[in-house]
Design a binder for this molecule. Sequence first.
Ligand code: MSP
Length: 516
Amino acid sequence: MSDRYYITTPIYYPNGEPHLGHFYTTVCADVAARFNRLSGRDTWMLTGTDWHGIKMVKSAEEKNTTPTALATKHDEAFKAAWKQFGIRFDDYISTHEPRHMNAVAEIVNRMLASGDIYLGSYEGWYDEGQEEFITETEAKSADYKSVVSGRPLVRYKEPTYFFRLTRYVKPVYNAIERDELMIRPISRKNEVLSKLRGWDADLSISRSTLTWGVPMPNDPSHVLYVWIDALSNYITALGYASSDESRFQQYWPADVHLIGKEILWFHAVYWPAMLMSLGVALPKLLYAHGWWTAEGKKMSKTMGNFIDLQRLQSYGEKFSIDAVRYYVLRAAPFGNDLDFSDADFLKSYAELQKVLGNCLNRVGKMLGRYRAGVIGAVSQSLEPIDEQLMQQIDALPAALEKAYAQMDLQQVVLLPIELARATNGYVDSTEPFKLAKDPAKAARLDTVLHLAIQAIRRALVGLLPVMPGKAKEGLLQLGDDVTGKTGAALWAHLPLGHKIAEPQPLFPQIDPPSQS
Ligand code: MSP
């Protein structure tokens, strides 16, 4: 892997409050960014909001307000939410900012210069909730309704500028097939390839019946199709097509665009085609994650089962924000659909308590009681059980590096937790409390406590990206302030003679939420 890392989230429509779905993508990106930062890479994480398009106009109309007022209000809500949930982004872009709108106009000019844009007229179906053109075949098989929202598709017939997508179908297909543009999970890659195989249409990229958006630089009576505008954010935020492209030079191509599965087509086809038209390198990996349901049912406002951020915040207040972050990553193999349930949340909190918290607490207490908190030496003659634990301790950094490189974001939680579980098992088997009673076993006791402390420490370091607060607190209990440490310095074992601090329960016992 290179020494720099650029990860993005989708830019969200600021037409409503952020919810679990938005939170999930953003927290996943934050965790991956944190890991790479802690590994010493020059890391950039981008998120933001997508202001334009018919969806924003209609939402504003429904709420008796203007798109600007609506977007401004929710933009603030998104920013505040990310702050509350410990998300550390490096830049936040709103597509109505001049830095974006100016660069997008320049992008269109460059695509015009490549001869990739021409005037024509579009007649066909449009999903206004998804801002997506739907082919006749797709429309028919979905009974002329949106497959995402269930709302009726709208018939459009208007003059429009087209982008010569057909010119790029073959090269895009090849880039995906050869993993030059990686799409994961692999099943999603195959879906895209199979849909691309029969693709023979250019893309309508302007609307003459809409005024809310980026005006077409060659014809201001049209505004640019919102997806062309929105996808550009990944490079405009870096200064592409501006007077200062240094950040673009530094970070592009993106290592990962993290997205939900419903917006893969835009990212997998339109975006690389645009980049090819501009002569810009393709991103390395598109990862499409699954969708959340709530207690087994599709989340919907009408059913009142929407997991909003207030709900997550209330869990956060009670159990800690870090426990919420842990839960969402733990919930399913990355890429699969997921289900939010109180019972599962409590199970995952109990895991943190019993496996991680308990391990830290008991090992810390024993070292305090038997060795005044000071780490002793490991003896020369190791038992197989020691070697087994040492192997697991040694394997963690590389295993995590691999899991992060593949965006296996459930594994990044499970690997450290399994090390903590193994440490608990090690303590159960080696019985330090018995060794402590026998002065002849003093050296053995030193070895056992030493290895157990290093193991739980590594588990905590491994969890720093996921639970920045709790992992840091746990490490402080081990007398280890990791502030500012990266790479090898972060993974390095505690030295002989190091004195740990006073153990405290990391995940206190909490009454389950009342069933109201
Ligand atoms: N504005 C576009 C994206 C443009 S990116 C250049 C958009 N915005 S959105 O507000 O609808 O957010 C979509 C994203 O929210 C999804 O890709 C996904 O990351 C997240 N989710 C929204 N609902 C979700 C679930 N129920 N479950 C998981 N994530 C989902 O599309």
